[in-house]
Design a binder for this molecule. Structure first.
Ligand code: WT7
Length: 644
C-alpha cells in the first residue's frame, strides 16, 4: 500500500479542533516526561468523592501490578449521571433507535438517573452488594445501559455476555466469575427476527447454581417461563423503588467490570477493568479522538456485549455528557440504507462503525448512501479490524463526501479504550493506517526474540508502559494474565498483533500473530472452535484457521478428521456447522469444513498451522519447508481436497 497517500488535516477542521497538532505535540511531550502530572490533570475530567493523590504505580515485571489513582474514591455512575443533572438534566442521554424503523425513544439524563437508581435499589433489595458479580445478557435496549450503570451504582461487577452467544457460552462465563444475579430480557430483536434470550438463559442456568435472582426486562412481550422465587419482571422489581440511590464509594482500583474475550488457548479469559483509570481513559479518548463537542449527536454502532459498546456507547459518552445513540438493529435491514437513514433522521454528527459493515454496504454501491442526507456528519470512525484502503476511501468519499476525517482506532478489550488513532484536528490520515499513538501511549515493535526494532520496519506490536485504561488482571487467574501478556516479551505488554511502522512513524496494524482470528470484527479463538468440533461424537480431531473473506475480513476454515468408520457426507457437514453454532453461537459459524484424513504434524505431534492457513487461503505455491512433517503426503491430499 502506498505510504504516501496522506490526507492532510483540513484547515477548517484544524481551526476548530479540540486538539490541534501543536497541542497534541505538547500533550505527548508532557505525558511522556511527567505522566503523574499529566494524568493527575486528566483525572479531573471525572467526578471523585476523594481525589487521588497517588497517580501512577505500575510494573510490567515480576508479578505485574497495575494501579492508577490508587487512593482515589469514586463511583462511575456519578460521573455518568449525577454530575450532569444540574447542567443538562433534561438533555437526551440515550437516544434509542429500534430495530423496527418506526420505533425510537429518548431518555434524558434525569430519567436515566432515576431508572438506574430504581434498579440499583431493587438489586440491593435482592442482596447484591459491592464486589458481587452480575451477568448481563441483553439486547440493545436502554435497559442494558441502565443495568450496567445500576451495577456500578451498587459496586457490583458487571459481566456482559453478548446476546448472540449460546446457552453453553453464557453458562461457562457465569460459572467462571460465579455471578449472583442475571439481568436479561424476554427476547431481543435483530433484523426483523427475535432472539430468545430468556429461553437461552433458562437453559444456561440449569448449570449455574450461583445465580439466585434473575431480572427480566419485557421487550417483545413474547411468552417466557418465569421461575417463582428466582425470576422477577423488571417493572415489578423496580417501579415501586425510590428514585434516589446512594452510590457505593469505590476505590479507584475496585473492579468495574469483567468482559470475556478469546485468546490463543483455552477458554475465554475474564478481562478485568477497574474504576478510576478506566473512566479517565474512556472520557479522555472519547472526547479527544472524536473531537466531541457538547450538544453533538454521537453514534457508535457496536453492541454493548463487546468492549466497544462498554467504552464508546456507555461510559465514555455519558461521562462526557453526550447524547449517545443506541441502535437495536442491523445495517442491512429493512434495507442497506438503514445506517444513513438513521444518520439523517437523528442528525448524527459523529459516526463510529466497523470495516466489515462498510465492506458489506459497499457492495450495493453509492445509491443507498446518497439517498439520505448526511450533511450532519462531522467525524467518521472505524474499529475492530484493519480497514483496507479501498473500504477506507469509500467511507471517506461516499459516506463522508470527502468532508469528514476518519479516525481508524486501534485498541483491544484489554486496553479499555483507544490507543492508536488520529486526533482528527491534529493528525493527517493515511487510508489503512491507525496513524499515531495517543498521548501517553508507547507502542514499539520487537522481533520474535524480543529485540526492539527501530525505524521503518515490521514486527510484533508491544506497549512499553502502562496507560490508565489498561486491564488489571484476568479474573481469578493473575498467573494467566502474566503468562498471556507479559511473558512472550518480558517487561512489555504484548498485544498479539503484528504491525508495521512507516518512514513517517505511522502505525499499520497487520493483524493477529497468534491463534486468534477476527471474524467480522469479532474475536474468536481457533482453539475454542476446535474444542467445540471435537466435542461432537463423529469428530476425532479438528484444526481451525482463519481464511481471507471479502466482507468479514476473516472467515473460519475447519479441517476435520472423523472417527474411523464415519462417512464424510454433506449432511454431516451441515450438522457440524449447526453444532458449532449451538455450542458457541452464530458468530462462530464455520465458513468451510474440509474433511482431513490426516493433519500436517511435526514428528513431535504439533499441528503446523502455517501450512493449514496457506491451504485455506489457496496460497499453495509457497508452502515453505514441509520436510519436518511426520508425513508430508497429507499436505498433497489437503491441497487436492481444498474447499471453496
Ligand atoms: C483486536 C482486538 C477494539 C475494540 C473492538 C475489538 C483488532 C481492533 C483495529 C484497528 C486493526 C484492529 C486487533 C486487536 N483491531 N481495532 N483499528 N485496526 N486491527 O476488540 O475483540 O478485543 O479485538 O482487534 O487485532 O488485537 P477485541
Amino acid at each position: 500500500m502506498a505510504d504516501d497517500l496522506m490526507i492532510a488535516v483540513k484547515p477548517e477542521i484544524a481551526e476548530h479542533a479540540r486538539v490541534t497538532a501543536a497541542q497534541r505535540e505538547a500533550m505527548v511531550a508532557e505525558a511522556t516526561a511527567d505522566p503523574d502530572a499529566f494524568w493527575a490533570k486528566e483525572a479531573q475530567r471525572i467526578a471523585w468523592m476523594q481525589a487521588p493523590s497517588i497517580i501512577k504505580n505500575t510494573s510490567f515485571t515480576g508479578d505485574v501490578s497495575i494501579k492508577w489513582f490508587e487512593d482515589g474514591v469514586l463511583n462511575a455512575s456519578v460521573s455518568c449521571l449525577d454530575r450532569h443533572l444540574a447542567t443538562r438534566g433534561d438533555q437526551v442521554a440515550i437516544l434509542w433507535e429500534g430495530d423496527d424503523p418506526s420505533t425510537d425513544a429518548k431518555v434524558t439524563y434525569r430519567q436515566l438517573h432515576e431508572r438506574v437508581c430504581k434498579l440499583a435499589n431493587a438489586m440491593r433489595g435482592m442482596g447484591v452488594a459491592k464486589g458481587d458479580r452480575v451477568c448481563i445478557y441483553m439486547p440493545m435496549i436502554v435497559e442494558a445501559a441502565v443495568a450496567m450503570l445500576a451495577c456500578a451504582r451498587v459496586g457490583a461487577v458487571h459481566s456482559i455476555v453478548f446476546g448472540g452467544f449460546s446457552p453453553d457460552s453464557l453458562a461457562s462465563r457465569i460459572q467462571d466469575s460465579e455471578c449472583v444475579m442475571l439481568i436479561t430480557a424476554d427476547e431481543g430483536r435483530r433484523g426483523g427476527r427475535k432472539v430468545p434470550l430468556k429461553a437461552n438463559a433458562d437453559e444456561a442456568l440449569k448449570a449455574c447454581p450461583s445465580i439466585s435472582n434473575v431480572i427480566v426486562a419485557k421487550n417483545t412481550g413474547g411468552a417466557v417461563a418465569m421461575q417463582a422465587g428466582r425470576d422477577h419482571w423488571w417493572a415489578d422489581a423496580c417501579d415501586a423503588q425510590p428514585a434516589e440511590c446512594a452510590p457505593e464509594p469505590m476505590n479507584a482500583e475496585d473492579p468495574l467490570f469483567i468482559l470475556y474475550t478469546s485468546g490463543s488457548t483455552g477458554k475465554p479469559k475474564g478481562v478485568l477493568h477497574t474504576t478510576g483509570g478506566y473512566m479517565v481513559w474512556a472520557s479522555f479518548t472519547h472526547e479527544n479522538v472524536f473531537d466531541y463537542r457538547p450538544g453533538e449527536m454521537y453514534w457508535c454502532t457496536a453492541d454493548v456485549g463487546w468492549v466497544t459498546g462498554h467504552t464508546y456507547i456507555v461510559y465514555g459518552p455519558l461521562a462526557n455528557g453526550a447524547t449517545t445513540l443506541m441502535f437495536e438493529g442491523v445495517p442491512s435491514w429493512p434495507d442497506n440504507g438503514r445506517f444513513w437513514q438513521v444518520v439523517a433522521k437523528h442528525k448524527v454528527n459523529i459516526f463510529y462503525t466497523a470495516p466489515t459493515a462498510i465492506r458489506a454496504l459497499m457492495r450495493d454501491g453509492e445509491g443507498p448512501v446518497k439517498k439520505h442526507d448526511r450533511s450532519s456528519l462531522r467525524i467518521l470512525g472505524s474499529v475492530g479490524e484493519p480497514i483496507n484502503p479501498e473500504a477506507w476511501l469509500w467511507y471517506y468519499r461516499v459516506v463522508g463526501d470527502e468532508r469528514c476525517p476518519i479516525v481508524d482506532t486501534w485498541w483491544q478489550t484489554e486496553t479499555g479504550g483507544i490507543l492508536i488513532s488520529p486526533l482528527p484536528g491534529a493528525v493527517g490520515q493515511k487510508p489503512g493506517s491507525a496513524t499515531l499513538p495517543l498521548p501517553g501511549v508507547l507502542p514499539a515493535l520487537v522481533d520474535n526474540e524480543g529485540t526492539l526494532l527501530e525505524g521503518a520496519t515490521e514486527g510484533n506490536l508491544v506497549i512499553l508502559d502502562s496507560w490508565p485504561g489498561q486491564m488489571r488482571t484476568v479474573y481469578g487467574d493473575h498467573e494467566r494474565f502474566i503468562q498471556t501478556y507479559f511473558s512472550t516479551f518480558p517487561g512489555k505488554y504484548f498485544t498479539g498483533d503484528g504491525a508495521r511502522r512507516d518512514a513517517d512513524g505511522y502505525w499499520w496494524i497487520t493483524g493477529r500473530v497468534d491463534d486468534v482470528i477476527n471474524v467480522a470484527g469479532h474475536r474468536m479463538g481457533t482453539a475454542e472452535v476446535e474444542s467445540a468440533l471435537v466435542a461432537h461424537a463423529s469428530v476425532a480431531e479438528a484444526a481451525v484457521v482463519g481464511m481471507p473473506h471479502d466482507i468479514k475480513g476473516q472467515g473460519i476454515y475447519a479441517y476435520v478428521t472423523l472417527i474411523a468408520g464415519v462417512e464424510p457426507t454433506d449432511a454431516l457437514r451441515k450438522e457440524l456447522v449447526a453444532w458449532v453454532r449451538k455450542e458457541i453461537g452464530p458468530i462462530a459459524t464455520p465458513d468451510a469444513i474440509q474433511w482431513a484424513p490426516g493433519l500436517p504434524k511435526t514428528r513431535s505431534g504439533k499441528i503446523m498451522r502455517r501450512i493449514l492457513r496457506k491451504i485455506a487461503a489457496n496460497e499453495t505455491e509457497g508452502l515453505g519447508d514441509t520436510s519436518t512433517l511426520a508425513d508430508p503426503s497429507v499436505v498433497t491430499d489437503l491441497i487436492d481436497n481444498r474447499v471453496g
